[in-house]
Ligand binder design. Sequence first.
Ligand code: UDP
Length: 254
Amino acid sequence: MGESVKKPLEYYRNNLDSTMTLLETMEEFDCKKFIFSSSATVYGPSNPHPYKEDMPAIQSSSPYGWSKVMIERILTDYVTAHPDFCAILLRYFNPIGAHESGLLGDDPNGIPNNLMPYICRVAAGQLEKLTIFGGDYPTPDGTCQRDYLHVADLAVGHLKALEYAENHNGVEAINLGTGNGISVLELVTAFERANNIKLPYVIGPRRDGDLPAFWADAEKAKKILGWEASHSVRDMCRSAWLFAKGSTPESSFS
Ligand code: UDP
């Protein structure tokens, strides 16, 4: 998100071009099912939470988010022109965690921007401490609240969307979230408990563009896909650390 503010053209070129190329190629091969990785960022700053799919999802705070808004528009227009096509717009909330084997996970290059990879680097001793962006938000503990969901649940959501698309046409936006808001401090504490590790942190200034709190209304996914998140915050913290430990050089541990 933050990176896209600095590199808007790269984001628009990559996300929009690839979508249109993919649609053209799908047309060539008569492929009519499209599962799109959209994002909760399309709800923008004005909608109240929990976010529901029928709220206007036409704004964002970053070029990354705008590219998601635009692709949702492109797919919607494409479906209007091709009524036998099915596009499912999966609006991800905050996926974290890793495969339970500890072998598959998220290991970003450089200093991570996202919370969980950053926490893992601190836990591994590769970064000194976590800076929590803002402690004065209008939330119960002053830190931002997000709807964190396990990547394994997210993966199952895609399979369910594909099953649904097999028998339906048209465009359908669906939230993939747990329906619960968790604060940054709650996630830090859950990580410490789940993995028996102390995480040094400081409360720093707010990060530009962060919204105080949002989470999903997860009812539509339940109703039309028969999907709901089944992993706990503890599962997310344990699997994230299992993967991070495995991809950390021994020399980093103190
Ligand atoms: N966050 C934080 N410190 C960090 C990274 C993130 O306090 O080093 C907070 C951020 O302010 C937000 C939450 O963690 O409230 C989730 O941020 P992330 O970048 O993972 O996802 P986003 O919700 O921005 O897509």
